[in-house]
Design a protein around this ligand. Structure first.
Ligand code: SAM
Length: 282
């Protein structure tokens, strides 16, 4: 038994690779673009940097990894607190922030989303994106994490959470015969654990993960005290088509993007997407 699938260890070892992930292919770029579309639409407006005596909009990115969204948020004029379980991801985020001269607007620290080191009602908006909650396998622990996200957010403020979809992960499994033994287990439980991989699949595992159905995701967020306003399938029907879309030129990708924009809030598209985003309010 190895502990390769421990999420903290995995992201410590993955390092810079996690920064590259969101720009590594056209489908990953759709995840980022769809997410920032909804952040831009629902975040409170940032003050101009020169505005005298104005209170800056404070945004938390919990499980912010290497800081792609942190840099984007700071570039929009927000004050950002970043935290992540992986010390290596915190280092990568600090380096990315520093390279862009954004240190004045961003603070990075190591912390667990289940036990956030912030007071109640601190933030004007909170993000936990790209599957942070998917890496919290135990449902009670996930509830703890959701209640933490809610606790640190001001009343009526937006909370953005995205997780990894179960049906799409099954489609990924169907492309890899060594994982076929996991298909029925994933369909039934959504859990991709060290134990299941050792028993049911050949080859190395990725980080332990819980893959969500849309109804389940919505129920868990609501049970944790968040009101779900919108669910979005971030990659939509382009999910799991990395290889097919990798040679496609920019003009043709614009057609794909337009199609995804039209369909991404359709419930069946949400349920079959690689990542699903919930736009919530406290
Ligand atoms: C797929 S990455 C997403 C990173 C970033 N949010 C993004 O979308 O680019 C998942 C991140 O969640 C972090 N993570 C996993 N479990 C966590 C926990 N319990 N508390 C805080 N961060 C966690 C990992 O270290 C990793 O950086």
């Amino acid at each position: 038994m190895t502990d390769d699938m421990d999420p903290q260890r995995y992201y410590d070892e993955f390092g810079e690779g996690e920064w590259e992930r969101l720009d590594s292919n056209p489908v990953a770029r759709l995840e980022f673009e769809s997410t920032t579309d909804y952040l831009a639409e629902h975040l409170p407006e940032a003050d101009a940097p020169s505005a005298a005596d104005s209170d800056p909009v404070r945004v938390l990115d919990a499980g912010g990894g290497p800081g792609r969204y942190v840099c984007w948020l700071a570039e929009q004029g927000h004050r950002v607190e970043h935290c992540d379980l992986s010390s290596e991801q915190v280092s990568v985020a600090k380096e990315k922030v520093s390279k862009r001269n954004l240190e004045e607007f961003v603070t990075c620290q190591q912390a667990d989303v289940r036990d956030l080191p912030f007071d109640d009602d601190q933030f004007d908006a909170v993000c936990s994106l790209g599957g942070v909650l998917s890496h919290v396998i135990d449902p009670d622990e996930r509830q703890r994490a959701i209640r933490e996200l809610r606790r640190v957010t001001k009343p009526e403020a937006p909370v953005f959470v995205s997780v990894i979809g179960r049906l799409s992960s099954i489609r990924y499994g169907l492309k890899h015969e060594e994982r076929f033994g996991l298909l029925a287990h994933t369909a039934e439980t959504g859990d991709y654990t060290q134990e299941a991989v050792e028993e049911l699949a050949d080859g190395e595992g990725w980080a332990e993960c819980h893959f969500f159905r849309a109804d389940e995701f919505e129920s868990e967020l609501e049970a944790g005290g968040l009101a779900v306003e919108k669910l979005v399938g971030l990659e939509g029907p382009a999910s799991q088509l990395q290889e097919e879309l990798s040679g496609v030129d920019e003009e043709a990708m614009a057609d794909v993007r337009e199609m995804v924009r039209k369909l991404r809030e359709d419930r069946s598209v949400v349920d079959t997407s690689e990542h699903m985003l919930a736009v919530c309010r406290t």
